[in-house]
Design a binder for this molecule. Structure first.
Ligand SMILES: Cc1cc2nc3c(=O)[nH]c(=O)nc-3n(C[C@H](O)[C@H](O)[C@H](O)COP(=O)(O)O)c2cc1C
Length: 184
């Protein structure tokens, strides 16, 4: 059976990103979902409305927007930078303004941080943008003390996080099923 396409955004461009690890961990738990678009995110230019026209839109932005529109939902793993959202993620979402890329679609938000708050302020800062894009948010995942709990290759090192990710993927699948029924 064909896998369901899901837009993936990693808000860290770091090679050994733990957020990329979170995306890999979701992927492993959800063989029916195909995470797409991760590589395009780092290629997106800074949002410039002058480029947001059919003739001038950069190819990465065009591809990213079309991909979002073709996807059934999104998984966003995004760090907290200086108590707010990663600019990488915000820029990617800004390129979806004016499109139906996330309209009515389930979005799973995740963050990881070496500190105790797990990057929750970074996710909180993204919420108004996602609601403005008419996304439907499922329960977010925040991972405190992340370097001792997950690796960049997606291996989960702690049973509690293992279970939390299982539940997150189940909730995402349920939300995808509901939105598929609503779209009929
Ligand atoms: C520019 C910058 C700002 C950061 N600000 C915060 C912060 O406000 N709160 C926090 O918990 N961690 C902060 N961190 C640490 C990140 O949470 C940590 O580096 C995390 O592992 C980044 O995710 P990654 O492993 O996917 O790159 C910051 C890191 C950078 C590079």
């Amino acid at each position: 059976m064909a896998r369901l396409p899901i837009l993936a955004i990693c808000g860290s461009l770091r090679a050994d990103s733990l957020h990329r690890g979170l995306l890999r961990a979701v992927e492993r738990r959800a063989p029916g979902l195909q995470l797409l678009g991760e590589d395009l995110v780092g290629e997106l230019p800074l949002m410039d409305p002058d480029l947001d026209t059919p003739n001038r839109m950069p190819s990465a932005a065009r591809e990213f927007r079309l991909l979002a529109e073709a996807c059934a939902g999104a998984v966003i793993a995004s760090p907290e930078y200086v108590h707010s959202a990663s600019g990488v993620t915000k820029n990617a979402l800004d390129w979806l303004a004016g499109s139906t890329g996330l309209y009515g679609k389930p979005v799973l938000l995740m963050s990881a941080s070496p500190g105790q708050t797990g990057g929750i302020r970074g996710l909180a800062a993204l919420v108004p943008t996602l609601l403005a894009l008419d996304a439907t948010l499922v329960d977010p995942v925040t991972v405190s003390r992340a370097p001792s709990r997950i690796r960049a290759d997606g291996e989960v090192l702690e049973a509690g996080l293992d279970l939390r990710l299982d539940i997150a993927v189940e909730q995402l699948r349920d939300a995808l099923a509901v939105s598929a029924v609503a779209a009929r």
